[in-house]
Design a protein. Structure first.
Length: 428
């Protein structure tokens, strides 16, 4: 399931068969600890997973459909290759109204949407009531175009997608103030895969998901996961950033991503990153902001009530997809051959929780906690005045809450998240 545009798609024709994200099916035989292992395992029934046809409906689709035809444009942000095109075609297929699909990768479509009057736009749309604009950031005046449609044709629903929140947001923010509803689409979540896989099956493939990530193409064709993952990281990771952001030093950007990847699970210092990459601190901050708005990374700040022993301005940086992180540092080894599995698992679990929060339209404040004595809580959520803490461990089944934290926040429960309960944490 890729973001490739449908071949031969006529704008006025609704596409059938896209109500769900379709994943190819075949029998996968692989070693649980290492999916690329070449040992003869065909006769071991404990490591065979038989997969029939899997249909995965994206969790965010329901919230989007509930927001249709309520007087606001729908904007869907997401990295390339996460399935935005397939999602909006699923919405198109499910809608019982005439619809128009416009692919802005096509030059004539960009021209048709650029600098047009409301009359010209109405002629383009015709009798269609649902207008889907894919890769909308490629149209320079897209904000004004959507504003005109929203204001002059209130019975029309516009859905626009963009691969770069930075670029598309900058073009629509002022024209669409008060006229839009925004959503984010991420790679598959474990919860979404849980629609069709049993808990036992998910537990068997969770290591693979941590190593290779959850981009649809990786799930779609696991036999070619390594090649596909490297292609995504090489060809798509920086595409919009370098195209739209006029990065003066792309080599520095790549060095920054690698440096951040090597520090997964640890606090990062912008000054240290600047020294490692060879640019100034302001450039580091600018590049990190762009990477975040391009859905490559996300950041956690440190939690503090201004107690003397707490770190107050520290931060951690995680990757939205751990497969991309592993490809960046060229390490797709299984857990038993890695020395970074603790930080990698922490990244994977927190990324799954982040997807859960966005997919369920929950927006808690999120942090980590650490004292000057190096006591730490991996992850904190604060919502509706309630604070909850989580310690994330790869194999451990017990934990001890730091005394400094329990003394400062006696009412805050702290839970252990490991492989046994990660699904509950990622979905509950």
């Amino acid at each position: 399931m890729r973001d490739d545009k449908p071949v031969g798609h006529e704008p006025h024709v609704r596409q059938a068969g896209f109500h769900h994200c379709v994943i190819k099916r075949f029998q996968i035989i692989f070693r649980l600890q290492y999916p690329n292992h070449h040992d003869n395992v065909e006769h071991d029934p404990q490591i065979i997973i038989n997969m029939g046809i899997v249909m995965v409906r994206r969790t965010i689709q329901e919230a989007i459909e509930q927001s249709l035809f309520k007087g606001k444009a729908i904007i869907i942000y997401g990295a390339r290759q996460v399935g935005k095109t397939t999602l909006i075609m699923a919405i198109q297929n499910a809608a019982a109204v005439p619809s128009l699909f416009l692919n802005c990768d096509e030059p004539d479509v960009r021209r048709a949407l650029s600098d047009k009057t409301s009359t010209e736009l109405k002629m383009l749309i015709g009798n269609n009531k649902l207008v889907l604009i894919d890769e909308a950031q490629r149209v320079g005046t897209i904000g004004l175009t959507i504003k005109l449609l929203t204001d002059t044709a209130p019975d029309i629903q516009v859905i626009a997608t963009g691969s770069s929140a930075f670029e598309l947001s900058s073009r629509i923010e002022e024209p669409l103030t008060g006229r839009k509803r925004e959503f984010r689409l991420y790679p598959f979540s474990l919860t979404e895969l849980g629609q069709k896989y049993s808990p036992l099956e998910l537990n068997r493939i969770v290591e693979r998901c941590m190593i290779f990530g959850l981009y649809p193409e990786i799930i779609n064709a696991p036999e070619a996961a390594e090649t596909a993952l490297r292609e995504i990281a090489r060809s798509y990771l920086y595409k919009d950033i370098l195209t739209f952001q006029q990065i003066r030093n792309p080599e520095a950007l790549e060095r920054l991503v690698q440096s951040v990847a090597l520090q997964t699970g640890n606090e990062v210092s912008y000054n240290e990153l600047a020294q490692q990459v060879g640019v100034d601190k302001k450039t580091i901050e600018s590049y990190l902001r762009i990477l975040e708005q391009s859905f490559v990374i996300f950041r956690l700040g440190s939690f503090s009530r201004n107690l003397r022993n707490e770190l107050k301005k520290s931060r951690k940086i995680y990757f939205v997809d751990t497969g991309i992180r592993n490809a960046v540092i060229n390490n797709l080894n299984p857990p038993e051959l890695r020395n970074d599995v603790g930080g990698l698992w922490e990244n994977f679990v927190i990324a799954e929780r982040m997807k859960r929060n966005h997919n369920q339209q929950l927006f808690p404040n999120t942090y980590f906690w650490r004292s000057h004595q190096k006591q730490e809580i991996d992850y904190l959520e604060e919502r509706n005045g309630e604070l909850k803490g989580y310690e994330i461990k790869w194999r451990e089944k017990r934990m001890k809450v730091p005394t400094g934290f329990s003394a400062a926040y006696p009412d805050c429960p702290v839970s252990l998240i490991n492989r046994e309960n990660v699904m509950a944490f990622a979905s509950g």
